[in-house]
Structure formats: C-alpha cells, structure tokens
Design a protein around this ligand. Structure first.
Ligand SMILES: Cc1cc2nc3c(=O)[nH]c(=O)nc-3n(C[C@H](O)[C@H](O)[C@H](O)COP(=O)(O)O)c2cc1C
Length: 214
C-alpha cells in the first residue's frame, strides 16, 4: 500500500448537522434517536460497538462487542466473565464505548464505569439465544489458547450430545456487563472539517450539554 492509497482518501461530510440546541436533554433519548436512524440506514450491525478497556499494566485493549440493551441505566453487552476483557474490567472498571455509523457520518463516544448485570437479566437474555449459541458459550474458554479448531469443534459436539433433549443453563462464567455512562459525545461530520460535537456530562443535578471544537 503506497502513501497515496491512504493519504489521498478524502471525504466531505455533508449529510446533516447537529446542534447543542437540538440535542435532547436526555442523552439516552438522543442515543435512541440516532440508533433508530442507524438501524434504518442499512448499516451492517449498527449495534456493533468498540469496547476499550485497560488491563492491569495500563495497556489499552479494544474489541467489538454487540449492544444488547440500552435504557436510563446504561449500555449492556454480554460476554465471558473469564475473558481477557473481563479480567481487564476487574482491574479497572472504567471503559469506553465507540459507535461508528459511517453511512450517517456519525460517531458516538461513551465513557463510564462497568457493572455486572443481575443473574436474572443474564439468564433471561441467555435463554433467548439460539441453542447453538448457548452451547457455544459453554464450549469456549474465551481468550484462552486453544490447541486447534478441531479441539473446539470436538468440545462443541460433546456438549451438544450432553445437552441433547435438555435445557441449557446459563454458564456461571457468562453474563452481561452494563456500562453506566459518565460522558457521551455525539459527533456529526460537517463540511470543511467544522464537525459538530455535542458532549453530555453527568452532574449532580442531571446532564450538562456542551459543544466541543472539532
Ligand atoms: C461484529 C462482532 C461482534 C462481536 N460481539 C461480541 C459480543 O457481543 N461479546 C463478546 O464477548 N465478543 C464479541 N465479539 C468478539 C470480540 O471482538 C472479541 O474477539 C472477544 O470478545 C474476545 O475479546 P477479549 O479477548 O478481549 O476478551 C464480536 C466481534 C465482532 C467482530
């Protein structure tokens, strides 16, 4: 890849604007509005979000997870409680989430603290998942080294047999995390790189809203 392949890529953002005056007083309502638009925009997995954590050494790590619930309490994703991300969250519960909806020239950045969701909530979500996904959760020691693809498939086949005709319970090592936001920033690309950035910050009395320089 030569320099011009990347450096020459330029885009003018012209689709829309976003003003602090139009921002809803609640960031959750505002998020819901943008999320509904992302869902209608034919985006591949609009609920895919980058989750950034830092591990015990302070090394940042980012990966995609899927948003599964969102309400006034926060943003929920599901994962393995023994994975690398879970260990990092245990070391530092402060995380960041990032949505990029390129088709809408938008990103949403969130910072906050993570809590585990209740076992009842995790169980309710787990039981909604397809049978193969539930078996998959049991079969995978997420983030640990696995000898081969065959080892994984053998484990899956063995568990499929064991669970034949039975309910598949929520694994004790699997469940949800809720990111309770402290800040949310809504970014809308604009012409001439004069992008709109509207930031919500949690305060004692509610949410303060400010425009940031692009
Ligand atoms: C589109 C997409 C969606 C994903 N959704 C999830 C998810 O909801 N939960 C999850 O644990 N991993 C999900 N993954 C896999 C993670 O990116 C990651 O590989 C895995 O969670 C292990 O991360 P860790 O080793 O840092 O813990 C997804 C990956 C992609 C590309």
């Amino acid at each position: 890849m030569n320099r011009d392949d990347i450096a020459g890529m330029r885009r003018s953002y012209t689709l829309a604007g976003f003003s602090e005056r139009d921002a809803h007083a609640s960031p959750f309502v505002q998020f819901r509005l943008w999320f509904e638009e992302a869902k209608s925009a034919n985006i591949l997995e609009p609920n895919a979000m980058t989750l950034a954590t830092t591990n015990a050494n302070g090394t940042p790590e980012a990966r995609i997870v899927l948003l599964k619930e969102m309400d006034e309490r926060g943003f929920v994703f599901y994962t393995n409680y023994e994975s690398t991300k879970a260990q990092s969250i245990a070391a530092n519960p402060r995380v960041s989430l990032l949505f990029f909806w390129g088709e809408l020239e938008r990103q949403v950045r969130i910072t906050g603290k993570v809590e585990k969701v209740s076992r009842e909530e995790s169980d309710a979500y787990f039981q909604m998942r397809p049978r193969e996904s539930r078996i998959g959760a049991w079969a995978s020691k997420q983030s640990s080294v696995v000898e081969s693809r065959e080892t994984l498939e053998e484990r899956f086949a063995q568990l499929t047999e064991e669970f034949e005709g039975k309910d598949i319970p929520l694994p004790p090592f699997w469940g949800g995390y809720r990111v309770i936001p402290e800040t949310l920033e809504f970014w809308q690309g604009r012409i001439g790189r004069l992008h709109d950035r509207v930031r919500y910050q949690r305060s004692d009395t509610g949410w303060s809203i400010a425009r940031l320089s692009p």
